[in-house]
Design a protein around this ligand. Structure first.
Ligand SMILES: [Zn+2]
Length: 114
């Protein structure tokens, strides 16, 4: 990987991180306990609860991805970055551009069922 490619990847990771942080903030807002609202019947209330459960899942996923991205960001400049943890081959740049936090190449990911 060239320096230029590394820089590009770092920039796209930074962008992902800021997008994801904004999403996490938004999700966090929606996770506040639902107030008892007399204008809502129990079905509406149930649906709100369901939405909230979906948001909780999204929130947890987003937080995990944020951690992985931050981790990847710190690793871009090291030799470890872009090397598959399983077969130690280089992960393709196209894949890294799409998922910068990738730790496995496509072949190993499929094999490991990730
Ligand atoms: Zn591999």
């Amino acid at each position: 990987m060239t320096e230029k490619e590394k820089q590009e990847l770092k920039q796209s990771i930074e962008k992902e991180i800021s997008l994801l942080s904004a999403e996490i903030d938004k999700l966090q807002q929606s996770l506040k306990p639902i107030k008892k609202d007399c204008s809502l019947d129990s079905i509406d209330h149930k649906m709100l609860k369901q939405d909230q459960n979906i948001n909780i899942q999204r929130y947890e996923e987003a937080k995990k991805r944020l951690n992985r991205l931050k981790h990847a960001y710190l690793k871009v400049d090291t030799d470890e970055y872009g090397i598959c943890k399983e077969c130690e081959e280089e992960i393709s740049l196209a894949r890294l551009k799409l998922i910068p936090e990738s730790e496995y190449c496509v072949a190993c990911m499929n094999e490991l069922g990730l």
